[in-house]
Structure formats: structure tokens, C-alpha cells
Design a binder for this molecule. Sequence first.
Ligand code: 5GP
Length: 216
Amino acid sequence: MVSTPFNNHNLVVVISGPSGCGKSTVVKTLCKLDETLRLSISATTRTPRPGEVDGKNYHFMTHTQFENQINEDVFLEWAKYRDNYYGTLKSEINTSQQEGKDTILEIEVNGALQIKKQDLTPARCILIFLVPASFAILEKRLRSRKTESEIELTNRLEIAKTELKQIKHYNYCVINPQNQHKKAAHQILSIITAERSRINPELTPAFVKSFGIHNK
Ligand code: 5GP
């Protein structure tokens, strides 16, 4: 279980970072390090990349389907990124809570800032920004994965600059050095471990019961 007698909040861990900074690899490694972390599967209107599976990498849907889902208020947050919709389903957080797990959201900045504004009680959100060691490394990584055309690539790099400006709204920054995704994953896990130990100002009933101390 994630909660202890000293705190009763599940965490929603938002991880953002510019496209190509190695976020997905770091997040995958992170989830392997700790089985009480559950990666949320987002919905998107983007076309699947080779090897991507519906329901595993994303819930792929049409623009109309996505807009209908917006109207049905199923999203915790959603944003447009390069003409496509991306969104986190509220049900993803509920599932994690039912399973007693903390949720990892790998999402872009606009969605992250929407989440920051919300009261997620009984969950609590922390925002982590993953950055490459330099902009040159980011460009090199994006080019080497060969999944984007030159125009898309330029566009993603421009978005990256805009996103990096928003780092001030995040709680933590983790650098993802080249070929060292394990190091970055361990650093994020340390942050999560510290956050799990954060004391809840309201003593939980479990704490009061086990130590016989009262709130007043
Ligand atoms: P990609 O097309 O490379 O898979 O994702 C593009 C961007 O959308 C990435 O920065 C990714 O983190 C972000 N993203 C993925 N899922 C979501 C989501 O549910 N909400 C938001 N706001 N962004 C998302």
C-alpha cells in the first residue's frame, strides 16, 4: 500500500518534458523499479506510430470521439498538441486509487498546469520536469528516432522551448543525461519516496488509533 498511518494520500505524479528528452524510456524504467506505481494510459487523436498498440500505449480515437468525450466530462485534463488532442481520463486516477497505487502521468505542460489547479483529494499531485542535458542533445535525440518529418521536428523543437519556460510551475527538475535513463528514473523514485513520507497536517484516523494521540 502506498498510504501509511502518517499520511493518507495517493500521489498523482506528473512527469513532463520536451518531446525527445527520453521521457517514455525513463517512465518505463521508473514503473519497473516500483510496482506500486501505475502508468496512466492517455487518450489521443494522433495516428499510432509503428509498434504502438491501442489500449497499451494510448487509447487512440478520432477527433469526433475525443470531442464527445470532452462533452461527457470524462477527462481530468486535456490539451491540443500539434493539432491533436491528448487527455487523461478521470477513470485512470480512480483505478490507481482502487488498486492502492500512485499514478504516473506522462503529459505535456498545458495539461500538467490544469492538474496543478485541481483539488484531487484524496490524491495529491506533484509535478516533475524532465530536461535533457542541453538543447543540442534534445535535437540529436529527436533526429535519431526518425519518427518525425523535418517540419514536425522543427515544430516539436519550438514547442520544447515554450515548454521549458514553464518549468517554474513545477516542483522538481530532473536532468536526463544521455544514455543514463536509469539514473533519472532512480532520481524520480527518490522524489516519490520523499513525497510518500510527507506528513499530512491532519492526523489520519489510523495514526490516531495506533498511537492514541488526538488532533487537538
Ligand atoms: P507523443 O505524440 O510524442 O506521444 O506525445 C506528444 C506530447 O503529448 C508529449 O509531451 C506527451 O507527454 C504528451 N501527452 C501524452 N499524453 C497526454 C495527456 O493525456 N495529456 C496531455 N496534456 N499531454 C499528453
